[in-house]
Design a protein. Structure first.
Length: 259
C-alpha cells in the first residue's frame, strides 16, 4: 500500500546509516556496560539509537518513539516508531556477526511497516502492510515444510535465565521434536529468517516490543503466522510469541503448552 511507502523508504535509508555505525564499531573495543547480570549495552547501541531518533524525528515531527535504550517519547500520536538500534548486543560485543538494526512503525496501534538490517552480511529485510515482504528488494515467502520433524526452528532465552530457567523445558521438547533448534541471539533476524524460509518457526518469552515490531511485519507480509502460546493473535506488548510458516504452527503450540 502506497500509504506507508515514504515511511518505509525513510526507515530503510536510516537503517542503512545506523548499520554503518554498527559495522564501523564492530572491530574496535568500545565501552560495554551491564544493565543486568548478563544484559549488555554498548556505546554503539546508544550512538545508533541517537542517529535513528534524530533522523526520523526531523523527517516526521510529531511522531512518537519507543526504543530499547531508554527512549520513551509517547504522546498519543497516530504514528509510533519502535526501534532496536542494535538487536543482538551480546553477539556484537563478542564479535559474533549476528546482529541488526530494527525499525518498526505503528499507525493507530497497528503495525504497518518494518525494516531489519544486518550490516555484516548486507541483508535488509523490509515490509509494508499489504505490500509484501522483501530481502534486498526481492520478494520473500515462508517455507512450505509442514512437518515439525523436518523443521529448523529458532528460539531465545531471557536475561534472567539463571534465576528463572524460562524456556528451558520447551527448548528440550523442541530439540526432540524438530529436525534442529537454533539459538542465535537476535529475535528480529530470527523472525525474518522464518519469513524467507530459512527457519520454519520461532518462539520466545519475555520479549519487548522493539525485539519483534519490525520482524513481525516482515513475517506477516511473507505469509507467516504470529500468535501467543494459546493461538491468539500476537501482540508485541505481550511478552510471548510463537511465529511460524503457518504449516507447523499447531504443532509448535502443542509443544509450548505441553507440561
Amino acid at each position: 500500500m502506497a500509504e506507508y511507502a515514504r515511511y518505509l523508504e525513510a526507515a530503510r535509508d536510516v537503517a542503512r546509516e545506523a548499520g554503518d555505525i554498527l559495522e564501523r564499531d564492530y572491530h574496535r573495543r568500545g565501552a560495554v556496560s551491564f544493565k543486568g547480570e548478563i544484559d549488555l549495552v554498548t556505546e554503539t547501541d546508544t550512538a545508533s539509537q541517537a542517529l535513528i531518533h534524530d533522523r526520523m524525528a526531523a523527517l516526521f515531527p510529531g511522531h512518537d518513539f519507543l526504543a530499547e535504550e531508554g527512549l520513551r517519547n509517547i504522546t498519543g500520536a497516530e504514528f509510533r516508531w519502535i526501534i532496536d538500534p542494535l538487536d543482538g548486543t551480546t553477539n556484537f560485543a563478542h564479535r559474533f556477526p549476528w546482529f541488526c538494526v530494527s525499525i518498526g512503525l505503528e499507525h493507530r496501534g497497528v503495525l504497518v511497516a518494518g525494516v531489519v538490517f544486518n550490516p555484516m552480511n548486507g541483508e535488509l529485510f523490509s515490509a509494508e502492510a499489504g505490500g509484501g515482504a522483501f530481502l534486498n528488494g526481492d520478494p520473500i515467502r515462508v517455507s512450505s515444510v509442514g512437518d515439525i520433524g523436518r523443521s529448523l526452528v529458532a528460539t531465545g532465552f531471557p536475561y534472567d535465565i539463571r534465576e528463572s530457567r524460562t524456556n528451558m523445558d520447551a527448548h528440550d521438547r523442541f530439540l526432540l521434536a524438530a529436525q534442529a533448534v537454533r539459538r542465535c541471539g537476535s529475535a528480529a533476524i530470527d523472525l525474518c529468517y522464518v519469513a524467507c524460509g530459512r527457519f520454519e518457526g520461532f518462539w520466545e518469552l519475555k520479549l519487548n516490543p522493539w525485539d519483534t515490531a519490525a520482524g513481525a511485519v516482515v513475517l506477516a507480509e511473507a505469509g507467516g503466522r504470529l500468535t501467543d502460546f494459546h493461538g491468539r493473535p500476537a501482540d508485541i506488548y505481550v511478552p510471548e510469541l510463537c511465529a511460524s510458516n503457518g504449516l507447523i504452527h499447531q504443532a509448535m503450540l502443542g509443544l509450548l503448552r505441553e507440561k
